[in-house]
Write a protein of this length. Structure first.
Length: 331
């Protein structure tokens, strides 16, 4: 080994510089590198700012979409032909958006998730990161049709990604919440395994993420053999191996906190607004208005009962009846 000069190291953490101490540069020619406390500190910092684990970290797909959003705004400024008018409520008609964080709209959520995956592929890093053979569609094709030689050179369109995801969700009868968890697992895979999603591996990455999300999130999990009924040419052994390696790359971390889920939901809504994806607005019907009124009354009654239960029992001096004797203290 070769010993170099000593350096003072520090990390910028939560607005402050945290000193790590003084270290000496050593060129080690063997592989037995001891793990130090600094390695755990760096790992903890990276995990804290991982968007799929920490609610304060910004989602990757939203940052990937920023270059395209800026270009769209420039083109709209130069060639403004008027944007599509949005529906607004009036005195006679009220338009409601049924897409909520607890019950997202399925079709709209799948569109947003496919758009997020599209930006991941389009604006991926140039170096490509590490490659995993299990996701390579050339090595593990999803159909018997021959994969083109330049399959990994052409980016898929957003509609193609949407059709692929919609087919799986429709056939397996998955929920919109499962689509959001799928996106969380994809971004967790990209950060944990240090890989990138591209034209040659996006289908199998999404398939593995959907497979895990359906088992973790949905009450009625879809078995691996059920996906073989949807994708006719794939084998159960291939699905099992895809699931096993996906879990290993995630380090078996399949937990999605509610704060992380809510962050991805609202970031998907922000993505839809910047890309002119309109929310499915529907006029308020009489039946829905009656149900909303009943829910409002129920919540109001529960709130009143909680307030009554929280009040302490007390009595006014004016309402006291009878004479109250206080014992005298003789000293």
């Amino acid at each position: 080994r070769t010993i170099g000069p000593a350096l003072s190291c520090a990390v910028h953490y939560e607005g402050n510089w945290v000193p790590f101490g003084t270290y000496t540069i050593v060129d080690i020619t063997y592989n037995d590198i001891p793990v130090t406390d600094s390695d755990f500190i760096f790992t903890e910092l990276n995990m804290e700012y991982n968007p799929s684990d920490h609610p304060r970290a910004s989602t990757i797909f939203l940052s990937k979409s920023q270059p395209d959003v800026r270009e769209k705004r420039k083109s709209l400024f130069i060639n403004h032909h008027g944007s599509r008018r949005r529906k607004h409520s009036s005195c006679s008609t009220i338009f409601l958006d049924d897409n909520t964080v607890s019950q997202p709209n399925l079709k709209f959520t799948i569109k947003c998730v496919s758009l997020a995956i599209y930006y991941h592929i389009k604006n991926r890093d140039t170096d490509g990161g590490m490659q995993q053979d299990i996701f390579d569609e050339k090595l593990h094709p999803l159909s018997k049709s021959e994969v083109p030689s330049d399959y990994d050179k052409h980016n898929p369109e957003q509609k193609q990604i949407y059709r692929f995801v919609r087919t799986l969700f429709s056939a397996a009868q998955l929920t919109a919440e499962c689509a959001i968890v799928t996106l969380v697992y994809v971004e967790r895979l990209l950060t944990y395994a240090d890989i990138d999603i591209g034209p040659g591996n996006w289908k199998r990455m999404l398939l593995g993420a959907i497979l895990l999300a359906s088992k973790v999130w949905d009450d009625q999990a879809v078995w691996n053999v059920d996906y073989c009924q949807i994708l006719k040419d794939i084998t159960v052994e291939d699905m099992n191996e895809l699931e096993r390696q996906f879990l290993e790359l995630l380090q078996f971390n399949i937990n999605v906190p509610s704060s992380v889920y809510a962050k991805y939901y609202f970031d998907l809504r922000s993505l839809s607004e910047t890309n002119n994806l309109s929310f499915p607005l529907e006029p308020l019907s009489q039946d829905k208005a009656q149900r909303l009124e009943a829910i409002s009354r129920l919540c109001d009654d529960k709130y009143k009962d909680a307030r009554r239960a929280g009040k302490k029992r007390s009595a006014s001096v004016d309402n006291l009846v009878g004479v109250r004797w206080v014992p005298a203290i003789l000293s």
